[in-house]
Design a protein around this ligand. Structure first.
Ligand code: S3P
Length: 443
């Protein structure tokens, strides 16, 4: 990816959020849509596809492997599937930018191909652990290497025949590892089973079923047969609850707010943030529940409320794994103390989200104490200052919303990566009342 102009958010303190908005399409579902439609037979099309850098990088990776992809254009994407065995050898390394999902899921598909491939990413992705997928893929017979530290680049050698089906119990709660192995299972001889001790997002399972490939689920055991074929589909991708979460935070902490987030995915494996904020006293109401593309969808109304500190139940952590920057900022605005435990995975996300958020909160005058697997935060009045997002999109957006409850303006550095998941965030937030300026951003 080409180097980008640095972006700084300048956000004025106070104000309130109001209006009806639609957040961009779900990132997890958009990645999976490109991948499954590329290896399906026939054409597929989606509306609501996330036009962010991460998902566009995934689409480009398949273009490099000979798949015709049109768009995304206004959220519309059309893919001419080449079938399970129709991908062609990439002439260059596949650059997946900032996206762990793209790299880990693609590794599963590529492990079964009869060609070599090499997966690279940006500085953040190049620090992230890949052995969690390469180890089980090797058990399946894949020939796959990483750098010495178990990090990218990931080199995958031609499979030389079908992979071996395995039964694998996930050592970490990870939808990416689960999905990687299910996708590799398409290229294995026999039935591949993944056992997940704690439920994680199930978009891969739902989407495989939508593409006509049977997935057998009994309790925490998910099994798939190798071979067969996927059939192209038309799909409406719901709004991303992880993007909606920033507005849930903003509307909750800014007095007098009332926001309606339309058409947001409310898959139960993703709604942990609603449950955590509700336990803290947030006023969040789900309206007009419906179904789209095999996924539950609703409009979410959020009004301001007084938040109180809680002990976040560990059982909710995997279902809110991307929303902890939001939860930590909510805790800073709550009365009393909040404790998060059992969330050590946050240390290996796009940044170390425990360290990055604790540093930002402290800078704004909040008593936040990071622990190995979480944080203890005492709610209080935030001041202003210059926070480093550490290039992490979700840290940047959570601190932009924090300004609503701050006494002085908040500047957030290194925000260009907001475009990986939420292009147009600053403009959409401004349309609801956040006084935000994005210096250096593309127009
Ligand atoms: C994702 C799974 C989660 C999440 C990530 C997207 C996915 O990662 O943090 O943003 O699309 O499967 P892990 O599976 O590593 O927890």
């Amino acid at each position: 990816m080409s180097p980008r102009t640095p972006v700084t958010f300048n956000v004025a303190p106070g104000g309130r959020l109001e209006g009806r908005i639609q957040v961009p399409g779900d990132k997890s579902i958009s990645h999976r849509f490109v991948m499954l439609s590329a290896i399906a037979d026939g054409a597929s099309s989606a509306s609501g596809f996330l036009q962010g850098e991460d998902t566009v990088a995934t689409a480009n990776a398949f273009r490099v492997m000979g798949v015709e992809v049109e768009g995304p254009d206004n959220g519309r994407l059309r893919v001419d599937g080449v079938g399970l065995r129709g991908l062609s050898a990439p002439a260059a390394a596949l650059d997946l930018g900032n996206s762990g999902t793209a790299m880990r899921l693609l590794a599963g598909i590529l492990a079964g191909q009869e060609f070599d491939s090499r997966l690279t990413g940006d500085a953040s992705l190049s620090r992230r652990p890949m052995t969690r997928v390469t180890e089980p893929l090797r058990m399946m017979g894949a020939r796959i290497d990483t750098a010495v530290a178990g990090t990218p680049p990931v080199k995958i050698h031609a499979a030389g025949g079908p992979l071996r089906a395995i039964e694998y119990t996930l050592p970490v709660a990870s939808a990416q590892v689960k999905s990687c192995l299910l996708l590799a299972g398409l290229y294995a001889h026999g039935q591949t089973c993944v056992i997940e001790p704690v439920a994680t997002r199930d978009h891969t399972e739902r989407m495989l079923a939508a593409f006509g490939h049977r997935v057998r689920i009994s309790g925490q055991r998910i099994c798939i047969d190798g071979g067969g074929r996927l059939r192209g589909v038309n799909m409406a991708i719901p709004g991303d609850i992880s993007s909606a979460a920033f507005f849930m935070l903003g509307a909750s902490i800014a007095k007098g707010s009332d926001v309606l987030l339309e058409g947001v995915g409310v898959n139960p494996t993703r709604t942990g943030v609603i449950e955590i904020l509700s336990l803290m006293g947030a006023d969040i109401e789900l309206q007009n529940r419906r179904d789209a593309g095999g996924e539950p969808v609703a409009d979410i109304r959020v009004r301001s409320s007084r938040l109180r500190g809680i002990e976040v139940p560990e059982s909710l952590v995997p279902r809110a794994i991307d929303e902890f920057p939001v939860v930590f900022v909510a805790a800073a605005c709550a009365e009393g103390e909040t404790r998060v435990t059992g969330a050590s995975e946050l240390r290996v996300k796009e940044s170390d989200r425990i360290a990055a958020t604790a540093a930002g909160l402290k800078l704004l005058g909040i008593d936040a104490e990071p622990t190995g697997d979480g944080m203890r935060i005492k709610g209080g009045q935030m001041g202003g200052g210059r926070v480093d997002s550490q290039g992490d999109h979700r840290i940047a957006m959570a601190f932009a919303m924090a300004a609503l409850a701050a006494g002085e303006s908040v500047e957030i550095e290194d925000c260009a990566n907001v475009d990986t998941s939420f292009p147009g965030f600053a403009a959409l937030a401004a349309s609801t009342g956040l006084e935000i300026k994005a210096d250096g951003a593309r127009l």
